[in-house]
Design a protein around this ligand. Structure first.
Ligand code: FAD
Length: 318
């Protein structure tokens, strides 16, 4: 079922979560070990992230550096298919990014998803490689996720890149996009970011999943500003429990988000990563309860491949 149909048919707030493909060299069992404890809470859908190739430098004994391109977390398409067939009651939402994809690559990926019976996609641009800081699209690739959304909706009309194709089958993808309650890091200001968010919706996206935030007021303000901008689609809050002592320093750097003073103080009182893990659970429980009262369509949790913290949160909240 499509994410938008889950939301439209729901009589209560739904539960969903995001998983990362395992690091190269590991098998898929870690994914199943993360999903299985969450099954009793009836997740409506599971998102699978997509990871672009990265450039790494391998130092040889001679001191020379070898430049290599590696895909550290391959397998998004295969994992999505495996989950779909192992857990028939749960829908899967693979992420598809612009980075590293030409328009043709995108079309082939969409054809694979279509053949697999996967009709949900979260359309994203992807981050710039760490070494570059600037996003550079592939030649003949998309510079922005709104262009990716447009390509998907062309296929939903049966329009493939090859105009000579006849009697094509239209795909039927439901597309979500990302939103940033604390503004996307590259955006010059909030108004500009919302303008482009609206462009993604006007291009055909049917819902938004937000970047993580730790202060619900940021989400409430974001929803209000989206509505004022004319964005009417469901806005799903993304919730990330803190898992260790370093998160309060790392997450703001990586995701351009603030950690509220009360949470910083609570984590600073922790002596071990285990204490911080538990504090992260308690903070997310309080966040989730308030979001539930606000009437959010879905509570969507970001995992880091383990789900024990998410299990404890949803057991308390739902
Ligand atoms: P865009 O919508 O393209 O926006 C990027 C920037 O460009 C913004 O500042 C925006 O305001 C601006 N902009 C947008 N359109 C235009 C335009 N037409 N003209 C000029 N400016 C424009 N990354 C991954 O690599 N893999 C994942 O699986 C992944 N999953 C994610 C899941 C969620 C829920 C979220 C919130 C993020 C995820 N990301 C993932 C990170 C995401 O790829 C980055 O945040 C990326 O930097 C921006 O992606 P976007 O889709 O928001 O980009």
């Amino acid at each position: 079922m499509k994410v938008i149909d889950h939301i439209n048919n729901a009589k209560r707030t739904l539960f969903s979560f995001e998983l990362l493909p395992p690091l190269k060299g590991h098998n898929i069992n870690g994914i199943y070990r993360a999903i299985d404890p969450l099954l009793p809470f009836e997740p409506s859908f599971i998102n699978i992230t997509y990871h672009q190739e990265e450039v790494v430098y391998k130092k040889h004994k001679s001191g020379l550096l070898e430049k290599k391109t590696v895909k550290k977390r391959p397998g998004t398409v295969a994992i999505s298919a495996a989950i779909k067939y192992k857990y028939p009651n749960i829908d899967v939402v693979p992420h598809l990014i612009c980075g590293g994809f030409t328009r043709e690559d995108t079309e082939y990926a969409l054809i694979d998803f279509h053949f697999l019976g996967i009709d949900n996609i979260l359309a994203l641009r992807g981050d710039p490689p760490k070494s570059l800081r600037v996003f550079v699209p592939e030649t003949n690739g998309h510079a922005h996720s709104s262009d990716l959304v447009k390509q998907i909706f062309q296929m939903n009309k049966g329009n493939y890149l090859d105009e000579d194709l006849e009697n094509t089958t239209a795909t039927n993808f439901c597309v979500g996009v990302a939103g940033y309650p604390e503004k996307h890091i590259e955006s010059p200001n909030f108004t500009s970011d919302l303008k482009y968010l609206k462009l993604k919706i006007d291009s055909g996206a049917e819902y938004i999943i937000t970047q993580m935030f730790f202060d619900n007021q940021k989400y409430f303000d974001f929803v209000r500003r989206c509505r004022e901008t004319g964005i009417t689609v469901p806005i799903i809050p993304g919730i990330k429990p803190i898992t260790n002592l370093r998160d309060i320093h790392l997450l703001p750097q990586v995701f351009n988000i603030d950690i509220p003073e009360d949470l910083v103080a609570a984590i600073n009182k922790c002596k071990t990563n285990e204490d911080a893990f538990q504090t992260g659970i308690e903070w997310s429980i309080n966040q989730s309860r308030e979001l539930l009262r606000f009437g959010v369509p879905v509570l969507h949790y970001f995992t880091i491949g383990i789900s024990e913290n998410i299990r404890q949160i949803v057991k308390t909240v739902f």
